[in-house]
Write a protein that binds this ligand. Structure first.
Ligand SMILES: [Zn+2]
Length: 113
């Protein structure tokens, strides 16, 4: 699957990121319900929904199935892309959460405070 999808609007990317708890901002009630529906659908129904709502569908599929999907959506939404690992030299925390400005994980930020 392609990791770039210029057909996804920034708003849609932000809505889907919010649905998956990865930043962005929540959609209105109807769109959030649609995102949830596509997220939870079986393959047959998901294909129907993605056909009917290609932009939201593409964004949900990116978030769920593409390794780079969340980062791609964050770029589309104009958000700072979270680093893959903590930027502190002796810390290999790959889980986060990370501070987008320093690239350090929460533990390192707390330890430095
Ligand atoms: Zn760290």
């Amino acid at each position: 699957m392609s990791t770039t999808n210029p057909s996804i609007p920034a708003d849609t990317a932000a809505h889907v990121l919010s649905h998956f708890g990865r930043g962005g901002y929540p959609a209105g009630d109807w769109t959030e319900s649609l995102i949830t529906l596509i997220d939870r659908a079986d393959m047959t129904n998901r294909a129907k929904l993605v056909t009917a709502f290609p932009e939201v569908g593409a964004a949900v599929l990116l978030a769920k199935y593409d390794e780079e999907g969340i980062a791609t959506l964050q770029r589309i939404a104009g958000l700072q892309v979270a680093p893959l690992t903590c930027s502190s030299s002796n810390c290999w925390n790959a889980v986060g959460p990370f501070d987008p400005k320093t690239g350090r994980c929460e533990d390192c930020i707390e330890a430095a405070a």
